[in-house]
Write a protein that binds this ligand. Sequence first.
Ligand code: GN1
Ligand code: MG
Length: 359
Amino acid sequence: MLAEKLKYIFNKFDHQNVFDSYEELATGHINDTYLIKTKERPHYVLQRINHGVFKDVPGLINNKISVSRHIRKKLAHLSEHELKRRVLSFVDTKAGNTYYKGKEGDYWNMMFFIDDSITFETVNSQEIAYEGGKLFGDFLNLTSDFDASELVDVIPKFHDMSFRYSQFEDALKSASQEKIEQAKDYINLVEDMRVEMHILENLKNSGELKTRVTHNDTKISNALFDLNHKGLCVIDTDTVMPGIIHFDFGDAIRTICNTAVEDETNLDLVTFNLNYYKAYVRGFLETAGDSLSPIELKYLPLGAKSTIFIMALRFLTDFLNGNIYYKVDYPEHNFDRAKNQFKLIESFSEKMNALKEAI
Ligand code: GN1
Ligand code: MG
């Protein structure tokens, strides 16, 4: 039984609490995440890291812990209580390790659950967009003096467009004729956007856009808010590694400004909300602004477009591959996600001029 198993693993970690019950936190597409409730509190978040996707799990956990430690030092002026709500705190195992490796070769890590906090899958007010901007901007600002070369690349080339195109091309070679036919308009679109979608990678490779600590999964559901909807803490730091800031800016935009969830199938509901964009940009620049160079700033709108596109491309590729990467609820789930993201790009592109002005 899962409860027994989770209790067993929970008790491998160093705490004084009694396992009471668990809830699956099922919004992620890769790892398995559980809220572990204890009778006396605190509650914990116990997570099995997908080691098929993440090849160096100890390295990944080390990344997360070092970045949290760095942020904690920078926020040392806060009270202990406040600090616990503003940055993730990880729990070691009783054996003194940062993770527990189970008999089946699974890797588990655990952190404290932050009480009285909420997340949003979609945004329904400018205030949340603004708070999200402040939070993700602050993450970049607080880590801007962290030496990114100390972090391992948990997924090499994660946001390299050329890598995602080559995975897509491989998928085209092995996909069924039926799937290719089904996706043909989108396949053509991917081809049409090829040059524009490589601009950021070229600037990164030429050194014009610098590499620094980035989160790489800044969807709005990875921002924790307090009950008054004020930003608290950035979570899900599994993909923290060196990168350019544009995909952090962009992934927040991708999820904040979409008027529907990522897998909404009624595409009429999927539009790009310009007011949320403006609110997000305001918050983001308030906190990250000082640590951004003029060229980083200039390419933020393209960062948003490239992030929506890279997700569309990855979902489409996984659909063509027969769903080998993302968790899916039904066979066409990845195709529906891809269509949704392509629709968002269309709506985004119609508003591109206004978006540039906002920066
Ligand atoms: C995956 O598992 P989750 O939901 O935290 C993916 C992200 C995508 C996201 C789309 C390691 O993140 O890149 O943006 O799904 N993570 C990985 O919702 O591939
Ligand atoms: Mg994630």
